[in-house]
Ligand binder design. Structure first.
Ligand code: G3I
Length: 322
């Protein structure tokens, strides 16, 4: 049967995965499968600030470059992840802000330089950028980060303007988790997107991560949520889909998981604005979930031996019907 990417091409969508660059270098099955099944890739970690500028002014693009090269060699597009986040910041930056040696004015310049440098480096080679990641709390208030504290809420519009200036053709995204359905957090994004676009700020996409857990149920009003962003003229994308469960996995849980993957995919395929569906890793061998949620896992399309789980089958069916 055809790989996912062949069906995705026919359906006119991108099927993507986050890529673990260590696994890509060391595991030939992983490398082969990544090339065979996906036509879009996202760096799981290596484009984040702590990776690309570990010491101030000292850049390390090696692994990010490798991914971009891999993608080009295999006819894949790249989603850039992520420019402004509260997490995985280099320690020189967080320490400098904490001890007062970097003040707000300097910090703004540092952020501008970071965005400009990274976006320019990959100009023309990154289709969509997650410009700001996870800026709202669950209740819809802005997340308390060094960015909000030091720069105020205008850092969001600034980040989009700087990214756009560096690569005018890249599609620029907001991105977050727990925003699949209509809720306080996704509504905060909707209001933000509406306001930014009214002000002429170059924001073109809403990224829905899609980290689900079967024990919490499937989110409500996913189609309605996509539709309201689409009505603003925004693109949409599922950017980090996985569906975890309390271990051990069994047939019932895997069937529920498969249906959750399928329902998210169907929401994407049913929305004109949604042209990209990315999973956050596709083998349980390399999933971030067990390391963060003790006792949970089995969150991806394939098990630790790369055997296809029921979720792989439903995603394939969904794309085939797409
Ligand atoms: O690079 C070090 C390595 O040198 C060290 O030996 C190793 C030992 O723990 O740690 C390595 O860093 C880890 C890094 O992944 C790279 O593997 C960090 O500890 C670990 O915390 C980090 O986790 C990543 C996490 O973001 C950090 O917040 C996950 O792999 C990655 O999947 C996850 O991705 C995020 C998205 O960016 C945003 N949305 C949520 C999603 C899941 O949390």
């Amino acid at each position: 049967p055809a790989p996912l990417r062949v069906l995705a091409d026919r359906a006119g969508v991108r099927i993507g995965t986050a890529v673990d660059m260590t696994a890509l270098a060391e595991d030939t099955t992983y490398r082969r499968t990544t090339a065979r099944e996906f036509n879009s890739v996202t760096a799981e970690n290596v484009m984040k600030w702590e990776s690309v500028e570990p010491r101030r002014g000292v850049y390390d693009w090696k692994k990010a470059d490798e991914l971009v090269r891999f993608a080009r060699a295999h006819g894949q597009v790249v989603r850039g992840h992520t420019l402004v986040w509260h997490s995985q910041l280099p320690s020189w930056l967080t320490a400098g802000v904490a001890d007062g040696s970097i003040d707000a004015e300097e910090l703004r310049g540092i952020l501008r330089k970071h965005i400009t440098t990274e976006v320019k480096r990959y100009k023309g080679r990154i289709q969509q950028w997650d410009v700001v990641n996870e800026v709202f709390e669950e209740d819809g208030s802005l997340r308390n980060s060094i960015w909000l504290q030091q720069l105020g809420p205008s850092y969001i519009a600034d980040a989009f303007r700087w990214a756009h200036a560096a690569d005018p053709k890249a599609r620029l995204f907001l991105n977050d988790y727990n925003v699949e359905g209509v809720n306080a957090k996704s509504t905060a994004y909707y209001e933000l997107a509406k306001r930014l676009r009214a002000e002429g700020v170059p924001v073109q996409g809403f990224g829905i991560q899609g980290h689900l857990a079967i024990q919490y149920g499937f989110p409500g009003q996913v189609a309605e949520n996509l539709a309201r962003f689409e009505a603003l003229g925004m693109g949409t994308a599922f950017t980090e889909v996985d569906v975890r469960m309390i271990l051990p996995a069994d047939e019932t849980k895997l069937a529920t998981q498969a249906s959750y993957f399928r329902r998210l995919l169907d929401a994407c395929l049913g929305a004109r604005s949604c042209t990209s569906f990315t999973v956050w890793g596709y083998s349980d061998k390399y999933s971030w979930v067990p390391g963060v949620f003790a006792g949970q896992g089995a969150a991806t399309l394939m098990d630790e031996e790369f055997a296809r789980k029921p979720a792989y089958g439903t995603v394939r069916e969904g794309l085939a019907e797409g």
